[in-house]
Design a protein around this ligand. Structure first.
Ligand SMILES: [Zn+2]
Ligand SMILES: [Zn+2]
Length: 485
């Protein structure tokens, strides 16, 4: 991963709309200027088994006991070597949907391709309907990035989804995945990618020091966590919130490049090891422990995102309700004088309602389980930030236990709830959810960081606030290469 180039999947799907400002070579064909739809047509469907990751190690032998344990519980297993690391998975599953295993932390799957799809790639000109058959695999490098525009979705599946015209630096690889989907993969230098990511993740109108803190945590994340997100895929990371939101060339890239230059190669270490730094939009007042969301790691902490200390135990139901009703003076408890403070105003505390009939259908659609008319939604366990880690939904016909913050956010909404830090009341007709924060809440709170920068904190102070006891060091690229690739 510490190599210079990064492969970012910028589109995966059946068809994508693109616009060419000039004729551009698409493999062995030259497409003329205009708007085109490029699609994959599956000629023969694939057979793929998906395995849920339950263990990883640099040595294959060390996975044996984990595999044995799961096999004794009736699962089949598979191992795969990806970027120098061995992963053990259990399965097989038809679709890589994390909701299928409701009692497990991990949401990483890898495919075992028994038979890849066979597909052809067709480009259709939108104005005259003329079609051209393209090659299965080719690279496109427009003379100027803006000669090629991709109409892409931002925030896929989330409440804020929208379409955007995007352009990219570097080459774009067009290919067909093993499942027959069309893949567009942008090959881009790592620091350039980071410059784009920090202008996508937060607005470049942010105070400089908040952007610099964001640049450091984004670099850490890439070097530690990104490797696990797309095991067995022909790219390193994807372009949406699942990895990091990446929207190609952005208006603010000049500022972002300055930010990257001033923090080039800097990353956070704890006891000599690179920290898997996560971050989220609005913590809601207290950050969540890493271990509660993604499983065991050597660095996991929770902090009060405000001045001084706060000693209320939010794992207790009564305390949590009070915390929601009487918010503390947290840094992300902001009012909307700029767009990012507006996030704080909207999501520091939020409110949603769900109709029980709709909830029954959502559960049915997402899990295939019919629990009947839902009568009660009970938090079983909360983390340090009050985020629910285990939830029970009781219906007239059955009970469903859901483990994991993202799965909990998915099960109570047609898309996702802003966070899993909420409590539930039933008013006789509807479930009423009152919650705090936007996102998983682990690591740096982006709105809180913006607030701190606006009152004069520098990026190193901000980083130490969200990641106490860590230190900023230069990455020695050569050394890291030995560890991760
Ligand atoms: Zn991803
Ligand atoms: Zn916060």
């Amino acid at each position: 991963m510490a190599t210079e180039k990064l492969k970012v999947c910028i589109f995966k799907g059946d068809k994508v709309k693109i616009e060419l400002r000039k004729p551009i070579k698409f493999g062995n064909q030259k497409l003329r200027a205009g708007v085109w739809e490029v699609r994959s047509e599956i000629l023969s469907s694939p057979h793929i088994d998906y395995f849920l990751v339950v263990g990883e190690s640099a040595e294959k032998d060390r996975l044996a006991s984990t595999i044995k344990e799961f096999e004794s519980r009736g699962y089949s297993s598979s191992v795969i070597k990806y970027k120098g690391i061995w992963f053990a998975g259990i399965g097989p599953f038809r679709v890589p949907d994390p909701l299928q295993i409701l009692s497990h932390h991990s949401v990483y799957f890898f495919p075992e391709v028994k038979r890849p799809a066979i597909a052809k790639v067709i480009a259709r000109n939108i104005s005259d309907g003329r079609t051209v058959q393209l090659a299965q695999h080719f690279y496109v490098s427009p003379g100027e990035p803006f000669d090629l525009i991709i109409y892409n979705k931002v925030g896929r599946g989330f409440h804020f989804e929208f379409e955007e015209r995007q352009s990219y630096e570097g080459e774009i690889e067009f290919t067909i995945g093993y499942d027959g989907k069309l893949l567009l993969i942008n090959h881009i230098e790592l620091e350039r990618y980071l410059a784009s990511v920090i202008s996508s993740e937060m607005l470049v109108s942010l105070p400089m020091e908040a952007l610099k803190a964001q640049a450091v945590v984004a670099r850490n994340w890439l070097l530690t966590a990104a490797i696990k997100h797309h095991i067995g895929e022909p790219f390193d990371v994807c372009n949406d919130d699942h990895c990091q939101e990446y929207r190609g060339i952005r208006d603010g890239n000049n500022i972002a490049r300055k930010v990257i230059d001033e923090t080039r190669g800097e990353a956070l270490y704890y006891k000599g090891k690179l920290v898997d730094t996560r971050f989220a939009k609005v913590c809601g007042g207290v950050t969540e422990e890493f271990n509660n969301v993604w499983g065991e790691t050597f660095y996991s902490c929770s902090i009060f995102d405000g001045p001084g200390t706060y000693n209320m135990d939010l794992q207790k139901e009564d305390n949590f309700r009070l915390w929601i009703e009487q918010p503390p003076p947290a840094y992300c408890n902001t009012q909307g004088d700029t767009e990012y403070f507006e996030y704080g105003r909207k999501y520091f505390r939020w409110y949603e309602t769900i109709d029980p009939y709709a909830l029954r259908e959502i559960i049915n659609n997402k899990t295939g389980i019919d629990i009947g008319y839902p009568v009660r939604v009970n938090p079983l366990r909360r983390g340090r930030s009050g985020r629910i880690l285990q939830l029970q939904i009781k219906g007239e016909k059955g009970t469903l236990d859901v483990t994991g913050e993202l799965k909990i956010r998915a099960i109570l909404s047609p898309t996702y709830l802003p966070s899993s830090a909420f409590y539930v009341k039933y008013n006789g007709q509807q479930f009423i959810l009152r919650g705090a924060g936007w996102g998983h809440g682990v690591g740096m709170c982006q709105v809180g960081a913006a607030k701190l920068a606006s009152i004069g904190w520098n990026y190193r102070q901000i980083l130490l606030h969200y990641y106490p006891n860590t230190e900023v060091r230069q990455i020695h690229v050569k050394k890291e290469e030995g560890c991760v690739s």
